[in-house]
Ligand binder design. Structure first.
Ligand SMILES: Cc1cc2nc3c(=O)[nH]c(=O)nc-3n(C[C@H](O)[C@H](O)[C@H](O)COP(=O)(O)OP(=O)(O)OC[C@H]3O[C@@H](n4cnc5c(N)ncnc54)[C@H](O)[C@@H]3O)c2cc1C
Length: 254
């Protein structure tokens, strides 16, 4: 359905999650290596930096050093490297969970300023896979779209002008699609993946976290090779008998 047609019928077409890497700190491994080396080196790491950049200190040597120190629990040097992602086609239910991660920076599409008369929505797979549930869901989305547009027009007629959207949005659902730019440093990302790649995390944020992890692994395998749910690092599942997915043993069986 085209956006124009959607606007006419007040329907809100389905949208798919998109994860794009916008930026990553340049020379990420070298920078982390330099930060680690400064901790244990009597001289200035600035003098070592050209040898890191030129490859005179090889990538393998940098990686070996970094992986050994991280294994000891000294993690703060990885904070010097950040990744910025553009995330779109995700629900407001997802972004509400995402922004609970405080060690990050966010810029989210505004429901105050962006007209949602033709807004997209996210359909949970369990609903999409059940014809009756899907019909009910779509009817509800259409009704919400219609109510939003009507409220906006009523408020505009009352002279609320550009402020109409900020009140009409109160009827929008958690399914409403959103776009958000997020920047996290590597330490925060490692923690984010531990929580959100776990099978206990909600399906939508888990799918997005796994897509982000694939990108991080491609860009910086030395840091993200073993990243993922907590069990990947621990070798056991800390979630307890009730919540474990069974992929790793519980501590009592470990
Ligand atoms: C499976 C699952 C279920 C959840 N269920 C719920 C729920 O029902 N209700 C709910 O409200 N939330 C829930 N959450 C959200 C969860 O409680 C966290 O708010 C969210 O995962 C962000 O994690 P964080 O605080 O560790 O991350 P960040 O905010 O990025 O913080 C990273 C780390 O920094 C440190 N830190 C940050 N701020 C502080 C601080 N103020 N004081 C001390 N240390 C700090 C902590 O070590 C923290 O782990 C759930 C999360 C998951 C993964």
């Amino acid at each position: 359905m085209s956006r124009e047609a959607c606007s006419e019928e007040f329907a809100m077409p389905e949208k798919k999650c998109r994860v794009e890497l916008l930026a990553c700190t340049p020379d990420p491994l070298g920078l982390i290596y330099a930060a680690f080396r400064q901790c244990y080196h009597a001289g200035d790491v600035a003098d070592m930096w050209p040898r890191i950049l030129s490859g005179e200190i090889s990538r393998d040597r940098q990686a070996e050093f970094v992986e050994k120190i991280i294994g000891s629990g000294h993690e703060s040097p990885v904070e010097h490297v950040s990744f910025t992602f553009a995330l779109s086609g995700v629900s407001r239910a997802l972004t509400h969970q995402l922004v609970r991660h405080r060690i990050a920076s966010y810029s989210q599409q505004s429901q105050r300023y962006v007209d949602a008369s033709c807004m997209d929505y996210i359909v949970p797979p369990a609903i999409a896979g059940n014809a009756k549930a899907m019909a009910r869901f779509e009817a509800c989305m259409t009704e919400i779209g219609s109510a939003y547009k009507e409220l906006k027009e009523l408020l505009e007629a009352d002279g609320r002008g550009s402020h109409a959207c900020e009140d009409a949005r109160f009827v929008l659902p958690q399914a409403a699609a959103s776009s958000i730019v997020v920047t996290m440093n590597c330490r925060s990302l490692l923690h984010f993946f531990e929580e959100r790649c776990c099978s206990r995390a909600q399906w939508e944020i888990r799918g997005m976290a796994n897509a982000m992890l694939s990108i991080c692994r491609r860009e910086l395998p030395e840091i993200f090779r073993h990243a993922g749910a907590k069990c990947e690092r621990l070798g056991y599942c800390p979630e307890g008998e009730k919540f474990t997915c069974g992929r790793y043993p519980l501590p009592s069986q470990h």
